[in-house]
Write a protein that binds this ligand. Structure first.
Ligand code: CDP
Ligand code: MG
Length: 138
């Protein structure tokens, strides 16, 4: 059993697709083990995306991620990191496969509706950024 962190980004909340995104996760057999809505400060968004701090899109991305409420979730399941990334689709929605969340709801490469951890190590860091052990219901 694996865990991953999922975020419905500010554009996903504004687009009113919280329920639809979660529906897709549950329909794929993924278990939601923790969930909350919150709004990141700019500094908190910078901390979360620290791996990208040298990238040209870092400042814009962290402005965007702190622009409104987000929904953060711990998800569990077999190979859930990979399964979630498949449901999300490619970073750029123009490259995302039909039927993926980003293909269906993203409006540009930055405002792409969802975040998902990309490996077990990043999942562990990202889960601990938002949740403590007592908040996760296996
Ligand atoms: O989210 P994902 O793991 O698919 O992509 P990433 O390469 O880790 O980039 C993190 C986020 O930065 C993306 O989801 C986009 O919101 C944003 N991004 C961007 O605005 N412009 C790019 N050229 C690449 C990423
Ligand atoms: Mg990434």
């Amino acid at each position: 059993m694996e865990r991953t962190l999922s975020i419905i980004k500010p554009d996903g909340v504004r687009k009113n697709v919280i329920g639809e995104v979660i529906r897709r996760f549950e329909a794929a057999g993924i278990h939601i083990a923790a969930m909350k809505m919150l709004r990141l400060t700019k500094a908190e968004a910078q901390g979360f995306y620290a791996v990208h701090k040298e990238r040209p899109f870092f400042d814009s991305l962290t402005d965007f991620m702190s622009s409104g409420p987000i929904v953060v979730m711990v998800m569990e399941g077999e190979e859930v990191i990979k399964k979630n990334r498949e449901l999300m689709g490619a970073t750029n929605f123009k490259d995302a496969a039909p039927g993926t969340i980003r293909r269906d709801f993203a409006t540009d490469i930055e405002q792409n509706v969802v975040h998902g951890s990309d490996a077990p190590e990043t999942a562990a860091f990202e889960i601990s950024y938002f949740f403590n052990a007592l908040e996760i219901c296996s």
